[in-house]
Unconditional design. Structure first.
Lengths: 319, 540, 317
């Protein structure tokens, strides 16, 4: 098992390097040289040459690639054109915001999904089972931007319960609790969007897994011993069915991150997704490169960790 | 103020220049009743500031308007350029005088101007700023403006002297361009390090407001600066800039009362803003004008007859009415009709497809095989029309131009492009036509757009227009000191340009500003939306 | 006795057939999706709105919500006012109904939805084909080839599966010119991994079967083994996976186009229609909603078909 994990680790590093290099080479092909972006056309060509030198654009591609690569490894990823600050700084500010949204969203997704799954399993093929199955399917099929738009319209404009955008309110932060409440209010709609779009998959998986578990011998044994159905379901079947959920969650991590991109853009949530989107729109090359590397590394790492955690948690695999 | 090319990342909303009465559609003058102190105004911004240092950034007019609130200028340029070049009011400089020969300008600074850390603003800051502006390493786009200023001398802490190499009408304007920056803080950073210095960490400002909080890409909060020299202003406690990239978000929040000011209301939504009793719509005549830039170097577009035919074949009036909903006016020439230098006797190009067809035939662009599409050089004549894809108004205009030109047998291919890619093609001269706009500076100078580009100086004349007579007139206008003669040169140059039709002039824009009626005392004018922000106050 | 297909499958196939009909026949019956009609007069109309269309002698076309004749003049209610036109100038007079409303340029939304459907489905199918081809190839090689190659390929697949698709696609699209072909390529290249895993799994299962070992023993070359002895058994689960994957690809393309990096306007795609609609959602809520619903419906249909196929397979087993 450890051998497999190490292979996966090595492959993950390879993938991150490949993606990073791909962004570099794609960027060098991109129409609109850096100098065009930076320089106002009224600047005389001589000054623009100087700018090109400053950013090292006069060197051959191979040299630039190696220089860039060594920069990546040492942590110097250049300055963002858009923000005029080191790229690492911009990302360091954005990352915690996305982590917050993603984790709260993921939590909601889990809770909703588990609840839905449990309800469905109480009476398989019954009315609620069918209705909720349909709901899961619909939640999966509806594109994220539509769900976000719907929630936005309903709860931010039609009935102004939640704020429509951003992460913080306008008034100066007072004490800890007010700040917390303010943050929670702003987090609500984006997190609910994440939860709603993702809970379907969790519910469907759990339903299938629970049904399978319930057919197992040890469940019948517990029921025969007089345990109530509810106890059996919650204390015996659920933990075993939930274990592979880790893998499902690990696999859903990339979709979570991709999903939050659209949500962050729509809700002006200042996270990695929004920064990335602005960078792509403005062709802010250093920022695009750094963000891609960071997000890829984070997700690949998360996936690998989920895999490792599952391997640790499941005694059957540890052998 | 110098020319700035209008970048199209934000939605450009230019409406009509309701010309004659310049104050017709601006708000009534500030009321004489005692303004109430306090409160805050929330402004929607499409894009966050790219930095606090205008000399390392490439600031938009909106960004510059915000920097106006934070950094002092020597003088305040007035929005009165309709009949003569703009006049100036005292700002950091409380008085000024020219020497006998007009080659020296002496400015007397206020004694009570302070930076936000308490240090007085002195002539040393002005001299330092001048050195920054001239420095070749920083490549500030406005560098050429300072070409005729030989030096800036510190006579005393409150007296500074500018020396000019020649006498011309814009001396005061050129001396004034560019905000004054703090020498005692920013001077400590070597100039070669400026491009990657984060000036938000070295923020020392002097103005009616100072920066209270800056959450990048989210919010910029400006709080009242108690050190401001023009007490008791500003009346507002805070101005909050909320970054909302989507105009639909901005408007939704404006109607919901979460935002008080939207800088560019799309023409389509103007009616809704007017109908809402809590809001009002202010139409600000701007100096922006839109055009179709033909590649003057590429045959057959290098033939004047073809370009004139294209201008005649486009129903510009209908286009303006459709795309801008009446909030724009037909543009006739290179200088907007709201400006003093505008030649009132310019001929207006009508919509005349018949004449267009005749001209095209004469130029040799004919439909030889009767398929309804004209040919040139043996191939069907197709024009690839580039425009910034993110701008829906341009997209509409492109489609309408396509339809119009199809009627005279010319196929147009509207091609949305990403902005920097479009700029790259413009620079390389690799295009047929571009749909774009230009903001004319208050200093009327035809050089950057209409003079034959030379390899040594930068130029915005990417279409490759070249008329030696226009070159000569522009040079003469630049060097002449008598305003009446300057006007004559400019008038003649405008005539020639209109005859040549290097571009098809489309519309002159109006900025539609939507604001809450809670805001009182605002004079929203073409200089800047925040022109008199220190005098704004809220209704009780 | 004929066995009935599972309900889901029937439902899914039914929706798909309706959709296919709409998308293939629609553009023939509906007006030109790119034709603009007087944006001031016919812009942002709700579904089932009717307008009067006037064509003037000089070729200009005007549209308005109401028409009146008065003497030798024709009055058209357009842009919140009555427009007076002398009858002599009027060449043609007619009416138009917008089934699903009109967008900001007066283009027929129903026609654009159908046209966009063609594009979205085409992009989906083409990228699926790419993904399936590439994935099957890798899966077969991995399953039948030496175990070192298998381990290497699978480690790569597992790691690549972890890529956050939208980010990577966005970054790639940022550098390449947005074009439909690029979108197909990128989508295909980002989806082959799941197919590879599936095919490999099936191949490994088949490898132990007696009839396969027999065929192998006969000395048949690997490509024959793959084509005639492995592929037929992979077909069924592959079909189910492919159907579901198609839905995913359509969703991804919609999100990409919504963000502006997929199919470039003015070519309609459900995603970019939704994005354009968003700019005016306050005035015309149906503009972003209808394309979104179209996507949801199609993806739902594919998911139902996939599930139905699964039930069918389980029923048979």
């Amino acid at each position: 098992m450890t051998a497999r994990l190490f292979r996966r680790l090595f492959a993950s590093l390879l993938v991150v390097w490949a993606v990073a290099s791909a962004t570099f080479f794609l960027a060098s092909l991109a129409p609109g040289d850096l100098a065009t972006k930076l320089a106002d056309p009224r600047i005389p060509p001589a000054a623009r040459e100087r700018l090109r030198e400053h950013y090292g654009l006069h060197r051959p591609l191979g040299q630039r690639y190696l220089a860039w690569l060594s920069g990546v490894v040492t942590g110097n990823l250049g300055d963002s054109f858009l923000y005029r600050r080191p790229v690492t700084q911009v990302l360091a500010q954005a990352l915690p915001n996305t982590a917050l949204l993603a984790s709260v969203g993921l939590g909601l997704e889990l809770v909703l999904g588990v609840v839905l799954g449990l309800v469905q399993v109480r009476r398989p093929h019954g009315f609620w089972d069918r209705v909720l199955s349909a709901f899961s399917l619909i939640a999966y099929a509806v594109p994220t931007f539509l769900v976000a738009a719907g929630l936005l319209w309903l709860f931010a404009y039609r009935w102004p319960v939640f704020p429509a955008s951003h992460m913080t309110g306008l008034t100066a932060p007072a004490d800890f609790w007010t700040t917390l409440a303010d943050r929670a209010r702003h987090l609500a709609l984006p997190a609910i969007t994440v939860g709603v779009t993702g809970c379907g998959a969790v519910a469907r998986y759990l339903r299938g897994a629970l049904l399978d578990e319930q057919a197992q011998a040890y469940i019948l044994g517990a029921l025969a011993r007089g345990a109530s159905r509810r106890r059996v379901l919650l204390l015996h079947a659920l933990p075993n069915a939930a274990l592979p959920l880790l893998t499902v969650l690990g696999l859903s991590l990339p979709f979570l991150v991709s999903g939050t991109l659209v949500i962050e853009v729509l809700f002006s949530w200042p996270g990695m997704g929004q920064v990335f989107y602005s960078a792509v729109t403005a062709r802010d090359i250093p920022l695009i490169q750094a963000a891609t590397i960071l997000v890829t590394a984070a997700v690949v790492a998360g996936n690998w960790l989920a895999d490792a955690a599952y391997a640790l948690a499941d005694p059957r695999i540890r052998r | 103020m110098q020319a700035r090319s209008k970048t199209a990342l934000a939605i450009l909303c230019c409406a009509v220049l309701l010309a004659a009465c310049r104050r017709q559609n601006s708000l009534p003058p500030p009321q004489t009743a005692e303004p109430i102190h306090g409160g805050e105004v929330v402004v929607a911004l499409a894009q966050d500031l790219s930095g606090f240092n205008e000399y390392t950034g490439f600031a938009e007019s909106t960004e510059l308007a915000i920097l106006d609130l934070l950094f002092p200028s020597l003088l305040t340029e007035q929005p009165d350029y309709q009949l003569h070049p703009p006049s100036f009011a005292p700002a950091l400089a409380k008085a000024w005088e020219f020497s006998e020969d007009n080659r020296t300008l002496t400015l007397y600074l206020r004694e009570n101007a302070r930076w936000s850390d308490g240090t007085p603003v002195t002539a040393e800051d002005v001299a330092f700023t001048f050195r920054v502006q001239k420095d070749r390493r920083l490549a500030w786009p406005g560098q050429e403006i300072k070409d005729f200023i030989e030096g800036v001398e510190v006579v005393s802490p409150t007296v500074v002297r500018f020396r000019f190499s020649r006498v011309y009408p814009y001396q005061l304007m050129d001396a004034n361009d560019g905000h004054i920056v703090p020498a005692h803080v920013w001077g400590k950073v070597p100039l070669e390090d400026w491009p990657h210095t984060d000036f938000s960490k070295l923020l020392v400002t002097s103005g009616p407001f100072r920066v209270a909080t800056h959450l990048p890409n989210q919010t910029l909060v400006l709080a009242r600066d108690p050190n401001y020299w023009d007490q008791p202003k500003p009346y507002l406690d805070r101005v909050v800039f909320r970054v909302l990239p989507e105009v639909s978000q901005q408007l939704a929040q404006l109607f919901a009362g979460q935002v008080d000011l939207v800088l560019m209301v799309p023409p389509r939504e103007a009616a809704s803003v007017k109908q809402d009793p809590k809001l009002e719509l202010v139409e600000v005549p701007s100096r922006v004008w839109g055009y179709v830039g033909w590649n003057n170097r590429r045959p057959p577009l290098n033939d004047r007859r073809v370009r004139r035919a294209l201008s005649l074949a486009i129903n510009r009036k209908a286009l303006v009415e459709t795309v801008y909903w009446g909030y724009a006016r037909l543009a006739n020439g290179p200088i907007p009709s709201t400006m003093w230098a505008y030649n009132k006797n310019l001929p207006v190009f009508p919509y005349d497809p018949q004449q267009a067809q005749a001209l095209l035939d004469a130029a040799g662009v004919r439909d030889s095989d009767g398929d309804g599409v004209r040919e040139w050089g043996g191939k069907p004549f197709t024009i690839e029309l580039l425009y910034p894809g993110v701008n829906p108004l341009r997209a509409q205009a492109a489609v309408l131009i396509q339809a119009d030109l199809a009627k005279v047998g010319i196929a147009v291919r509207p091609t949305p492009m990403e902005f920097t890619a479009m700029m790259a093609r413009q620079e390389a001269g690799n295009f047929d036509a571009v749909l774009s706009a230009w903001e004319e500076a208050t200093k009327v100078d035809l050089t950057s757009l209409w003079v034959t580009p030379s390899p040594t100086t930068g130029s915005n004349n990417f279409i490759g227009y070249s008329n030696p007579e226009v070159d000569h007139l522009a040079a003469q206008a630049r060097e002449e000191s008598d305003l009446a003669k300057v006007k004559l040169f400019l008038d003649r140059a405008q005539e020639l340009i209109v005859e040549d039709q290097p571009v098809t002039f489309l519309y002159e824009g109006v900025q539609l500003v939507g604001l809450s009626r809670r805001i009182k005392g605002a004079d929203i004018n073409p200089s800047s939306v925040f022109f008199n922000l220190p005098e704004w106050y809220l209704a009780p | 006795m004929r066995r009935r297909l599972p309900r889901r499958l029937r439902l899914g196939i039914g929706v798909l057939l309706c959709g296919l009909a709409a998308v293939s026949v629609g553009p023939l019956l509906l007006p030109d999706p790119q034709a603009i009609l007087d944006p001031r007069g016919a812009g942002l109309l709700p579904p089932l709105a009717r307008v009067f269309v006037i064509k003037l002698a000089d070729g200009t076309v005007l549209a308005g919500k109401a028409l009146r004749r008065s003497g030798d003049k024709v009055l058209l209610w357009r842009a919140e006012s009555w427009l007076e036109l002398p009858s002599s100038q009027v060449r043609e007079l007619g009416q138009r109904v917008f089934l699903a409303g009109s967008d900001a340029l007066g283009r027929d939304v129903a026609a654009r939805l159908a046209s966009a459907g063609r594009i979205s489905l085409a992009v989906g199918f083409l990228s699926l084909a790419l993904a399936v081809l590439l994935g099957t190839l890798v899966g077969l090689v991995s399953g039948l080839g030496p175990s070192l190659l298998d381990r290497a390929l699978m480690a790569l697949v597992d790691a690549t599966l972890a890529l956050p698709l939208l980010f990577v696609l966005l970054a790639a699209s940022a550098f390449l010119r947005p074009q439909t072909a690029t979108v197909v390529l990128l989508l295909g290249l980002s989806s082959w991994m799941g197919v590879a895993r599936l095919v490999r799994g099936q191949t490994l299962a088949v490898r132990e079967r007696p009839w396969f070992l027999a065929a192998q023993g006969l000395g048949l070359p690997p490509w024959r083994l793959a084509a005639f002895h492995v592929l037929p058994h992979v077909a069924t689960p592959l079909l189910q996976d492919a159907t579901l994957r198609l839905g995913d690809l359509i969703l991804l393309e919609a999100s990409l186009s919504f963000l502006g990096f997929g199919v470039p306007p003015p070519v309609p795609s459900w995603g970019n229609m939704a994005a354009e609609g968003f700019e005016v959602w306050r005035l015309a809520w149906w503009l972003p909603v209808l394309p979104g619903l179209a996507v949801a419906l199609v993806v739902l249909a594919f998911a139902l078909v996939a599930e139905g196929l699964g039930e069918l397979a389980r029923g048979e087993a």
